[in-house]
Design a protein around this ligand. Structure first.
Ligand SMILES: [Zn+2]
Length: 243
């Protein structure tokens, strides 16, 4: 496994130095995959331009049938081209492209295996990550927690890229579409890239809100009850807007 990784990195490094993309393996991208890749790259760039990700510290994936397209490891999003389509199957075996998939692939695949997710966004957004170091669950500071399925849990810390982290994350995602990862960041999924992105942005915003309200000396914020948030959940479902 380590050997294979090194070989793949070699290909990537060669590409960085020259224009040569190196040998792609597997098949070529189907039209719907090429289209999904474009949307994935746009979403990844948006996480950076909106301040949710610094450099290449996040990753984005989208599912097309049994193929998961995913941002490659260590390549700045503004340098990703249509030729860089990177895809794996649900076991993690690479079926598209020559770039190394993100090291956080186990988390992405765990979400696709356990849910009906169509897209996953992972970031190290600063306010959400700050909250992950303070509490086991984001306090109910705003009713928009209902759009994520209820109170957002913090998955216990484990080293990035490990099966243990993926397992902790899945537990925290029970009946939720987003969670925090302790001392690490956020993960959110949705039917579409836009929905997974919006949930990530909501989570970062709510985290920021709680930190702001909690920082006022001598006062502590009023919190909502789980019942109040559940009522909003019903209302959102009634409008057919789960996100
Ligand atoms: Zn990460």
């Amino acid at each position: 496994m380590a050997e294979e990784r090194r070989d793949q990195r070699g290909v990537r490094d060669a590409r960085d130095g020259a224009q040569d993309v190196g040998e792609s393996w597997g098949r070529s991208a189907r039209p719907e995959e090429a289209e999904a890749w474009e949307a994935l790259v746009a979403t990844a760039r948006r996480t950076v331009s909106d301040g949710l990700v610094v450099g290449t510290s996040g990753n984005v994936s989208v599912r097309v049938g049994d193929t998961v397209l995913v941002t490659p490891s260590g390549v700045p999003y503004d340098r990703l081209t249509p030729d860089d389509v990177t895809g794996v199957d649900l076991t993690g075996a690479q079926v598209l492209g020559a770039l190394v998939p993100t090291s956080e692939l186990p988390m992405h695949l765990a979400v696709y295996r356990a849910t009906d997710a169509g897209a996953v966004v992972h970031t190290h957004a600063v306010h959400a990550t700050a909250v992950s170091t303070l509490v086991p669950e984001l306090p109910l500071i705003h009713y928009m927690a209902a759009a994520l399925g209820g109170p957002v849990r913090v998955a216990p810390y484990a080293t990035y890229g490990t099966a243990e982290l993926a397992e902790n994350m899945l537990q925290a995602l029970t009946d939720r579409t987003a969670c925090l990862l302790q001392n690490h960041g956020t993960i959110a999924y949705g039917t579409t890239l836009d929905q997974a992105y919006d949930r990530t942005a909501q989570l970062e915003w709510m985290s920021h809100l709680w930190l702001k309200a909690s920082a006022v000396p001598g006062l502590s914020p009023t919190l909502l009850s789980e019942g109040q948030v559940a009522e909003v959940g019903e209302r959102l479902r009634g409008y057919g807007q789960r996100g």
